[in-house]
Design a protein around this ligand. Structure first.
Ligand code: FES
Ligand code: FES
Length: 79
C-alpha cells in the first residue's frame, strides 16, 4: 500500500455548504483538503462525501485517518 503525502499533521476545521465534496486522500492536491486531480498516476482515489446541510467539519489533513474524510485523531500517532 502506497503511503500518502502528509500536507499537515492537523485536521482542517472547515465550514461547508450542502453539496457533494471530494476529499483528497493522496495528499498531493494544491487545494487541500479537496482533490484537484493530482492523484493521477498514484494508487489513490478521492473520497466523495455529501453534506446535507451547512455545518462545520474536521477533515483529516494527515491522510492517515481510519474514518476518512474525517479526522479520527490518528495524526497524534504519526512520527
Ligand atoms: Fe489527492 Fe485527488 S488530488 S485524491
Ligand atoms: Fe488526520 Fe487527524 S488530521 S487523523
Amino acid at each position: 500500500m502506497a503511503e500518502p503525502t502528509i500536507p499537515q499533521k492537523t485536521p482542517y476545521n472547515i465550514e461547508l455548504e450542502a453539496g457533494d465534496y471530494w476529499w483528497c486522500s493522496c495528499g498531493r492536491s494544491a487545494n487541500q483538503p479537496f482533490c484537484d486531480g493530482s492523484h493521477k498516476g498514484t494508487d489513490f482515489e478521492p473520497v466523495k462525501f455529501t453534506v446535507a446541510e451547512k455545518a462545520k467539519f474536521w477533515l483529516c489533513g494527515c491522510k492517515h485517518s481510519a474514518d476518512q474524510p474525517f479526522c479520527d485523531g490518528s495524526h497524534n500517532n504519526l512520527p
